[in-house]
Design a protein around this ligand. Structure first.
Ligand code: GDP
Length: 365
């Protein structure tokens, strides 16, 4: 499963947010492939299309797609030099696909701030610096090794070094590697380094309870937004404390509480949606009377590999897929109507799955 790691300085609200995530947690029986670990929370990705498909098909069961949030506690100033959990913490970040960086934007005299005052940009820079220092270390070492290996004049290694030199320059200027906007090919050349600052980032601005519905006037959030837009990152204002209260409720109680707060949906759902988007993921659906279900793929995935997300047998024995787009299916009103209109296509192994495709796989066992 894809993973987003939660980072942030101590006392900014990471655990509070992470607890809300695990409270709201997905029914794990549906997701046997997810990691079972106290530091991992499985979340279901809210998707209006799945609700509409459920109304249309009326299946026995509906299963949203899911991904994992990992609580990566322990970053402090000096982590890249081994302080706190130091390198162990950084190793956990290498494994995630995206980073959710929690930043303190709430005022509360009773909660100590590690640097003595609420200072979201300072906080962001403290953590970013540790990640940058760790990357400088990786890049320097890699350049040195590659130079040694380059004696034969290997063109690929030369290209790799050229990209690394650019990354190095950005890092020495305190800029994350993602700020370079490298092409797919360039990223491929340096993929094996698992650079921390190349990962996409979402800033979760933790605001006070009173600002859960509207943090528009919070000056700290404004600062974070400015910082993030310069960096090409996203911001989601959220009140971790309110989310932990919402997560304890269900059904009508939850709906009433959200209404009282003036919220259309929980901040957690907004955060999940934003993280999903940040990861550049697509959703396709299967829609049978037994089960209507959403599945996650990366953009560019071919039909057999998309089938493999359901089961490896589906990929191995793939013959073809029956495909209708979500829009066509909804407009037609039923699978049969879509078929009559010629909108149910047969696609082979070279078909690139689109976001919102409703698919049925034919395969040999
Ligand atoms: P972590 O060290 O980043 O994991 O931070 P915690 O989640 O443990 O939060 C630190 C303290 O801040 C706890 O006492 C939380 O109750 C408190 N806290 C977290 N979010 C909020 C918030 O939105 N408002 C207020 N007033 N306190 C919060």
């Amino acid at each position: 499963a894809l993973k987003a790691g939660i980072v942030g300085l101590p006392n900014v609200g990471k655990s509070t947010l992470f607890n809300a995530i695990t409270q709201a947690g997905a029914e794990s029986a549906n997701y046997p492939f997810c990691t079972i670990d106290p530091n991992v929370g499985v979340v279901e990705v809210p998707d209006e299309r799945l609700d509409k498909l459920t109304e249309l098909v009326v299946p026995n069961k509906t299963v949203p797609t899911a991904f994992e949030f990992i609580d990566i506690a322990g970053i402090v100033k000096g982590a890249s030099k081994g302080e706190g959990l130091g390198n162990k913490f950084l190793a956990h970040i290498r494994e995630v696909d995206a980073i959710v960086h929690v930043v303190r934007c709430f005022q509360d005299e009773n909660i100590t701030h590690v640097s003595g005052k609420v200072d979201p940009i300072g906080d962001i820079q403290t953590i970013n610096l540790e990640l940058i220092l760790a990357d400088i270390d990786s890049v320097d070492r890699k350049i040195e090794r590659s130079r040694k290996n380059m004696k034969g004049g290997d063109k690929k290694v030369a290209q790799e070094v050229e990209v690394l030199e650019r990354v190095k320059e950005a890092l020495y200027n305190d800029q994350p590697a993602r700020s370079l906007e490298l092409s797919e090919d360039e990223q491929q050349l340096i993929r094996d380094l698992h650079l921390l600052t190349l990962k996409p980032v979402l800033y979760a601005a933790n605001v006070s309870e009173g600002e859960a519905a509207d943090a528009g006037d919070n000056p700290y959030v404004k600062l974070v937004r400015e910082f993030a837009s310069a960096e090409g990152a996203e911001v989601v204002p959220i009140s971790a404390k309110v989310e932990s209260e919402i997560a304890e409720l269900e059904g009508d109680d939850k709906a009433m509480f959200l209404e009282e707060l003036g919220l259309k949906e929980s901040g957690l759902n907004r955060l999940i949606g934003a993280a999903y988007k940040l990861l550049g993921l697509y959703t396709y659906f299967t829609a049978g009377v037994q089960e209507v279900r959403a599945w996650t793929i990366r953009k560019g995935t071919k039909a057999p590999q998309a089938a493999g997300v359901i089961h490896t047998d589906f990929e191995r024995g793939f013959i073809r897929a029956e495909v209708v787009s979500y829009e066509d299916l909804m407009n037609a009103g039923s699978m049969n109507a879509a078929k009559e209109k010629g909108q149910l296509r047969l696609e082979g192994k070279d078909y690139t799955v689109k976001d919102g495709d409703v698919m049925h796989f034919r395969f040999n066992v």
